[in-house]
Design a protein around this ligand. Sequence first.
Ligand code: PLP
Length: 381
Amino acid sequence: MSAPGVDARARFREALVDLDAIRDNVATLVRQVAPASAMAVVKADAYGHGAVPVARAALAGGARWLGVADLAEAVALRDAGIDAPMLAWLHDPDASFETAVERDVDLGVSSIDQLAAIAEAAASVGRRARAHLKIDTGLSRNGVAPEAWKDAVATAARLQAEGLVEVRGVFSHLANTSAKEDAAQLAAFEVALAAASAAGLDPEVRHIASTAGALRLPESRYDLVRLGIGCYGIPPFGDGTTAADLGLRPAMTLRGRVAAVRRIDAGTGASYGHAWRAERTTTLALVPLGYADGVPRQASGRAEVWLAGARRPVVGRIAMDQFLVDVGDDEVAVGDEVVLFGDPATGAPSADDWGDAADTIGYEIVTRIGPRVPRRYVGGS
Ligand SMILES: Cc1ncc(COP(=O)(O)O)c(C=O)c1O
């Protein structure tokens, strides 16, 4: 029995990705952040959804830019024929940037050493490199430290005058900690922008907001917002706000087919360690997904799935390849569709529900789905 609205032909195990949902989510977010432009963040294989099809759907929805962490992710998108403006921001300390320059990939720059390496690559390729200078405004990850910023912008301005580097952007990243701390980061960003301007830089795009800032902190939108989780229809806030509240719909449905059904007596233990025992005679359904597929073992005995027309509890320990669901006295058959998470509007749990069950966040739930689970795409043109 299928959750309403979900394609009925489930495979043994699969992650169904609705590309129309991606496109529509991006279009919804693009309308909200205008006149700022949108970058769809498709790092980590588009949060597990599949970078190339997601990138295409996001561009169809109105994203003007694509963002990734690693240069290799950007090159894979270029190899697939995607020529949208693209930014990569997390680099191997020994990286050489010739490929980025040749393949027209903008580079996030977090240090003067990186600026030098980028300029060297530009000189060797014979083409200007495009850089977005990153200032650390309080997340304490990468980005130029505030005390080194003046030197960084002076160096960048010199390299720009020499024709080696074009400073196309200045950016930072919010910690989304509290209104007060966000405001402090924005103030630090303003100071950094003023210093860049004083050094003679006039970047095309200033950007600091990810999905959370883009939605709830309009003053953080500047020229460009970097939208990750919102594109996938998962709320960024962790405060009970649903996708529907934001006008979004989850793009990924993780599902499979019941592999076995067993009627057991009261007192019977199930799965490793018999961490769960039946309190009464009941029916168990075996779901062929486990922690090898990214289903968190931590959610054992806590999560729910959609099966046989209702939400049902996961019982006993989640194993590497499989776990059990208690369906009571209801009817369930081998081959029935079971949905771990999808669009809660269909009755299924959300990725965030699984995040809560595993003491993590929806981001991690979708991103960790393993390679054994085929991605299947619906929608898109
Ligand atoms: C630098 C940067 N920008 C934007 C994003 C997108 O964030 P979100 O998925 O919360 O929209 C990320 C993701 O972690 C990021 O690392």
